[in-house]
Design a binder for this molecule. Structure first.
Ligand SMILES: Cc1ncc(COP(=O)(O)O)c(C=O)c1O
Length: 396
């Protein structure tokens, strides 16, 4: 009674993974009254029909556990969507698993497929849960760094990808459109990844949560649609980004039955199932006409343009972003030492805008690569983006 444990509490597999900079920047945004372009969630709602269905479902008593693999109608809607947009043929009974967001699908794929010591190739900068999940699986993360080309578009050197493969490589974890750089992998880049996967018999986990958020006429291509890839790819997405419902956490994993089953084996130990009233709502969202999806992207593209121009005028060189919610920028035009973390700490006082330093999205050994890069989110209402632009323009 009353004793306080003195041994370290956090499992060693989780040490060193923190979200402290995100929390710090959010707190700073609140305390300084800044425009918060740090966090990647929309400050506007999803389609009225989608919201209405969730409300009706709750009122109608759809409040108990759903089936562990997801409601049949949502699984059917996911298959229809994958066929309509990407030409993929999936069996709703065996090839689709509904998860609590893409986050759970990714965690399930890594923990359900990887053994201790397996190596996972990941393009960095990387989404923050990837490294921790690889560690939880007892696996080893092997980063391949994306670097800006002459036009400011982040891309990888195919030689780096080839060099990253060893006899222990089991998986490539891909994310396109890519957070935080906004890179939409080209067909040629995807082919290089696919060739590597086929040559070395690797599994690909493809995080496609921004599948509908591509700009400038660029099209998203699921890597599973490339020759030789359907049988070795777990495609992951969620309704959060496509329907501005990030808090609902309705995601999915699709692919060949044995891979989806491995994800399910892990997933059933995390949440088993959830989100009953939201599942029919996301099913309706997935069946919205093409025009809904194209206007979603066009709206974000306009916001990207306003923010990108404002960053450039403020002396923050923006890199190219062709998709997602994000644009990155080089702080060295305003801060000669290139310290993106300190820059982000000072920017709220300087101009009343908050961003996230991208250095935290690199593996520790390569953090220097991203030291001067900061990430801004433009998934905010246009008046919010315009206010940020005004503040950046007035910044002395
Ligand atoms: C690349 C990427 N993957 C996955 C997620 C998480 O998706 P969900 O909210 O559906 O779990 C995000 C959210 O920011 C993301 O940016």
């Amino acid at each position: 009674m009353g004793g306080v444990t003195t041994r370290p509490v956090l499992a060693s597999r989780l040490r060193g993974f923190g979200a402290s900079i995100f929390a710090e920047m959010t707190a700073l945004a609140v305390s300084t009254g800044s425009v918060n372009l740090g966090q990647g969630f929309p400050d506007y709602d999803g389609p009225a029909e989608v919201l209405r269905i969730a409300q009706e479902q709750i009122a109608a008593g759809a409040n108990q556990y759903p089936p562990g693999t997801g409601q049949p109608d949502l699984r059917a809607a996911i298959c229809e969507h994958q066929k309509r947009f990407w030409g993929m043929d999936l069996d709703p009974d065996t090839d689709v698993l509904v998860t609590m967001g893409a986050t759970e699908a990714i965690a399930g794929a890594l923990l359900g497929i990887l053994d201790a010591g397996d190596e996972v190739i990941v393009f960095e900068p990387l989404f923050d849960t990837y490294a921790a999940c690889v560690s939880l699986a007892g696996a080893v993360l092997v980063p391949v760094t994306l670097r800006p080309d002459a036009a400011g578009r982040f891309c990888f050197d195919p030689a780096d990808l080839r060099r990253a493969v060893t006899p222990r490589t089991r998986m490539i974890l891909l994310n396109s459109p890519h957070n935080p750089t906004g890179t939409v992998f080209t067909p040629g880049e995807l082919q290089a990844v696919a060739d590597t996967a086929v040559e070395h018999d690797l599994i690909v986990v493809s995080d496609e949560v921004y599948e509908h958020l591509t700009f400038d006429g660029l099209a998203h291509t699921p890597i599973a649609t490339l020759d030789g890839m359907a049988g070795r790819t777990v495609t992951v997405s969620s309704g959060g980004k496509s329907f501005n419902t990030t808090g609902w956490k309705i995601g999915w994993a699709c692919g060949p039955a044995p891979l989806v089953n491995a994800v399910r084996m892990a997933k059933q130990l995390f949440t088993f199932a959830g989100g009953t009233p939201f599942q029919p709502a996301i099913a309706a969202g997935l069946r919205l006409p093409d025009s809904y999806f194209s206007s979603l992207a066009a709206d974000l593209q306009a916001k990207r343009d306003v923010l990108r121009d404002a960053l450039a005028h403020a002396g923050l060189r923006p890199y190219a972003s062709s998709g997602t919610y994000f644009v990155t920028a080089d702080v060295r035009g305003r801060r000669a030492d290139g310290d993106g973390t300190e820059f982000c700490r000072q920017m709220p006082a300087g101009c009343g805008v908050v961003a996230i330093p991208a250095g935290v999205l690199y593996s520790p050994a390569n953090a220097a690569e991203g030291r001067h890069i900061v990430r801004f989110a433009f998934c905010k209402q246009m008046p919010t983006i315009e206010e940020a632009a005004r503040r950046l323009a007035a910044w002395k």
